[in-house]
Design a protein around this ligand. Sequence first.
Ligand code: CP
Ligand code: NVA
Length: 306
Amino acid sequence: MKKDLLSIGDLALEEINAIFKLAEQLKKNKKRFAKTLSGKTLALIFQKPSNRTRVSFEVGMYQLGGNSLYLSPQEINLGVRETIGDVARTISRYVDGVVLRTFEHKNCLDMAQAATVPVINGLSDFSHPCQALADLFTIREKLKDLKKVTLAYVGDGNNVCNSLLFAAAKTGMNISVATPKGYAPAENVVKLSQAIAKETGSRIKITEDPFSAVDSAQVVYTDVWASMGQEEEINKRKIIFKDFQINAKLLAKAAENVLVMHCLPAHRGEEITDEVMESRNSIVFDQAENRMHVQKAILIKLLGKN
Ligand code: CP
Ligand code: NVA
């Protein structure tokens, strides 16, 4: 049966660990897997812009011996030119997997239900699972044991925040989330993460105080204040989020040698200062690089079997 990756919840802990292990091998030895996906094609159906996700999937597919096909918003015009179900059923006859970047998460669910090939969520308004997997892989690389790490996420309770919550809960990493009032992650995301965390020992804290969230954290993470599709809210959000910037003053509360992460693109001077982005604490480009290694592992696991 085909397997999709729409949310971290689709993966058992063993599957996450297997992805990390394979990603480690892929990062060490690019040549060894050069023919693994030979003859396979991956379609990237994107309704939003992208640098990291598009480039890392396309190059990753090429490095595995496969082919990729980028389909821009105008090309497929999902749900307008034809229904998502019809797109999924047609494209399944041509390609071996789909990466979908879209607005409503329901589009991912509809695509996965109708497609007969694996569907990977390349970002929806609800989640960004490939990002969170690459992020945890990066933290594991730097700090080894995720169970001994506390990550503080400061900013908007958005798609990236949701996926980090799920990923932390699954792997036993501790996570503190600080958002302004009204911008907390959705209640069902928090509840579900807390339920998973009970099994794994992960501690989850949700607060409106950024200083309390970063207190002694080994990793501090942020994302843009206005996500793609919310651009017209940026002026309002700049006021609401002003105390949630990752800057030297906030980082002084964190653990010594704190690692600073950002999924990128960064809006320097808004959610993160230039100084912090350029500091030796910042691992944002290692994080970006790891998108490719981790996604190659995901592609092998999902597309590689048949
Ligand atoms: N982090 C991330 O997904 O970047 P892009 O939007 O550039 O793909
Ligand atoms: N939260 C951001 C993440 C970008 C990678 C967005 O959805 O635009």
